[in-house]
Write a protein that binds this ligand. Structure first.
Ligand SMILES: [Zn+2]
Ligand SMILES: [Zn+2]
Length: 373
């Protein structure tokens, strides 16, 4: 099959022919139909962040059709339409039993052992899959615990981005912050994840929803996706502007979608009483956020403020992915305008550059239908 392989940190995608194994045990072979390009794919490609071994297949926003199942698969059958999740829940540890799939203690348990033949290889050796997925290829071999069947009426392009951008942005609002009607929200970074946070905040009933970015094109999109106000932080004092928009109060929830310490610091300084910063975007290893905890203009302790992480929207994706499909199908969740560009696999390098430049909300790689679809 054709696949876009990253062979080393900082290298371009090598679109080439590789071999994929047949499913064993709980594995499912998926004909990939759409695969979203996420900033964290580019982050891994460019920096080697998250310490994955190379060569590797990136792509963790997958939608497709089940082509074959291993003998132990019970939840899926050939022909099912599926979305992949960038979590690897073993199903048996304390985190999984609590329903906190993102907190699985044994994510490696879903892969093959060193004694078993690699799922994917070429003449140079085995090729890894980012988070057990590897969506930048015509097919993907994935443990059934990472897949969710969806309504066949759901278009693949829109379905694919639910797997990361939607559950990360929406889940930050619904599951982590639990935004309530009448609350106020600031979203720092209006890319794919940020736009989902904005429209989810709107759906949750937040009244003041402030989108912040350095690109006016993204701020236009932010308004389209539910921001009541936007701030271009390249020419405006964000802290002062947010305070003015909230009558001096500051916000209840500030979401940091970009892994930049200065942005996280600004987010802390726009908090109101009882406000919380949520760190959503991936940060470089060793990044630190200095926090004042004793009296100053903004003080965490007496104002009962907090800073916390938000990992893939704290999603229980078995529940959350079908929820977003339903909301989309009812016309209550906009995925159409997030899929701003569809491209063939051969143009993946150009697509990543467009995402990097912020020209598109989400580029999605599409693959032609097979007879199973
Ligand atoms: Zn587990
Ligand atoms: Zn992602």
């Amino acid at each position: 099959m054709r696949a876009a392989v990253i062979r080393g940190v900082g290298q371009a995608f090598d679109v080439t022919e590789v071999e994929i194994a047949q499913p064993i045990d709980h594995e499912v072979l998926v004909d990939v139909r759409a695969s979203g390009v996420c900033h964290s794919d580019i982050y891994v490609q460019q920096t080697g962040g998250m310490n994955f071994d190379m060569p590797i297949l990136l792509g963790h926003e997958i939608a497709g059709v089940v082509a074959a199942v291993g003998p132990l698969v019970t939840r899926l059958k050939v022909g099912d339409h599926v979305v992949g999740a960038a979590l690897q829940p073993c199903g048996g540890c304390r985190g999984c039993l609590q329903g906190k799939l993102w907190a699985c203690r044994n994510p490696g348990a879903l892969g093959r052992t060193d004694e078993q033949p690699a799922r994917i290889h070429d003449e140079l050796g085995s090729i890894g899959q980012l988070q057990g997925l590897g969506g930048f290829a015509e097919q993907a071999l994935i443990h059934e615990n990472q897949l969710v069947a969806i309504d066949k009426a759901m278009p693949f392009e829109q379905a694919s981005i639910i797997g990361c951008a939607v559950v990360t942005g929406g889940g930050a609002i619904f599951n982590v912050a639990k935004v309530r009607p009448g609350e106020t929200v600031a979203v720092f970074g209006c890319g794919g994840v940020g736009l989902n946070a904005l429209q989810s905040a709107s759906l949750a009933g937040a009244t003041r929803i402030i989108g912040i970015d350095v690109q006016d094109s993204k701020l236009d999109l932010a308004k389209h996706f539910g921001a009541s106000d936007v701030i271009n932080s390249s020419d405006t004092d964000v802290v002062q502007a947010v305070r003015e928009l909230t009558g001096g109060e500051g916000v209840d929830h500030a979401f940091v979608m970009v892994g930049v310490t200065a942005v996280a610091d600004a987010a802390v300084n726009v908090l109101g009483f009882d406000g919380t910063v949520y760190l959503v975007g991936a940060t470089a290893g060793g990044a630190e956020l200095p926090l004042r905890i004793s009296p100053a203009d903004t003080v965490l302790l007496p104002h009962q403020q907090g800073v916390r992480g938000s990992w893939l929207g704290s999603s229980n994706f078995y529940h959350d992915i079908p929820m977003y499909v339903d909301l989309y199908r009812q016309g209550r969740y906009n995925l159409d305008d997030l899929v701003s560009k569809t491209i063939p696999l051969d143009e993946i390098n150009e697509a990543c550059e467009a995402v990097e430049r912020g020209e598109v909300a989400r580029a999605v790689i599409t693959f032609p239908a097979t007879d199973r679809a």
